[in-house]
Ligand binder design. Sequence first.
Ligand code: HEM
Length: 494
Amino acid sequence: MDFIQFLVAFLFVGLTCFHFLRSNSRHRKSGKLPPGPYCFPIIGNIPLISRNPHQSLAKLAETYGPIMYLKLGSIDTIVVTSPKIAKEVLQHQALLGRRIPAATEVHGHDSHSMAWLPADNHWRILRKISKEHVFSVPRLEASQGLRQDKLQKLLDYVHECIVNHQLVDIGEAAFITSLNLMSATFFSVDCAQFNSDSTQEMKETLQAMTKVVTSFNLVDFFPVLKSIDPQRIVHKSNVCFGQIYSLLDNMINQRLKLRAESSEYVEKNDLVESLLHYSQSNPSEFPRDFIKHFLLDLFVGGTDTTAATVEWVMTELIRNPEIMSKARNELWDVVGRNNQVKESDISRLPYLQSVIKETYRYHPTGPLLIPHKAEVDTEISGYIVPKNSQVYVNAWAIGRDSNIWSNPDSFDPERFMKREIDIKGQDFDLIPFGSGKRMCPGYPFAARIVPHMVATLIHNFAWKPEKGMKPDISEKFGVALQKAVPLKVIPIKL
Ligand code: HEM
């Protein structure tokens, strides 16, 4: 170890100890912290957290209860594992903040992004735009046709796989379809293609960025290391964000050019058109430069989550052939065997909707939601949530709690045929999209495209697991909770 390394290590240990001692004494003075495991100096409780943190935290909650305190590095962390306390947390004005991962503090993303901004005026404007200009019923109805075409592409791809005796990687097919459904709705273009070695730039860049942003970054647990960036994650993230912004800028500039060049330009019925209008009419509220940050939030928030959900639904349907038959029979009864399923059919498919709710219960793709942050010391359930602590709501553990759900480990859509429950954040037993002011703004979009994709995949195809083995359900934590082993299956035309 040379002198500089020694100095850095010495400063790091010293500063972290100082921070640790200072924050602990402050909390003891200001109120009672929730119960939790013993914190080691410097690292705190990091050794207790596995690669699937929602599982480790669920296990710890069995010992420490529905509200726990942990120290992850130097970060105060509160974990909530009950519907009642989740409601208190998600509805509390002081807990609407976000701790910003260092990897997103590049290209000004953190100060423009709906997902990372504090709940301030700027954030409220972005939420309003997404509600009124992206996910309102009239907007989504108007862009339905653009999406129908992308589902036909998915069908064509599966047919092609049958002809070529090829397996279908469901997660990959769903990712490409989600990306295309989104780019059709936003830009009226396709971003990615099936079966293409030169799969397009947007898909690759998004996947690279997601990988970087979700890597375990020491800096997020020891902010004193920020300026050193020891794993070079912020550096890599800077490159990925740069690439993606340049792609988005190109798309926006092309549209501006088209609009400017031709007097006969016919406006497209998509989001970019609508955002450009909004920005032109409200330049101080939503300057033109904000558009790319806004679009990136939607792509990142929407692709992995919807693709992973479709993969989980298909996994459970293949593991449970009688549930698959029942869902398919419903489709045949309601839509007919030879008609293509449309978005407008979904509301008439209660069993399919129950299958999807059961998937959200058992495999929520945002198992810990996105962590919230306490803006001030806040009292929750008689305990103090210290200012600046991150607050996790373990939706995954709530979905598997045997005090709430009978036979929580069996995949049983029938439970939702008997029990009326919505997933729009009103019922805290099931909160895959969160709840309250910070709830997922993309819910109305996901509520259309997830069932539509699944219905398209099961309507006219049967699916056989590779080598006849039941697909497993082990998990991999990331932007979305994914399958550890991708679902690759054989399609059969019915
Ligand atoms: C199955 C699909 C989806 C699931 C399970 C899901 C889940 C979630 C969850 C749990 C949150 C955090 C809520 C909280 O912090 O309390 C969230 C936030 C968010 N989601 Fe989704 N989401 C999905 C689809 C989408 C789609 C399709 C979009 C956009 C096209 C989207 C965009 C966002 C954005 C921008 C946020 C941040 C909102 C904010 O912080 O104010 N999501 N989502």
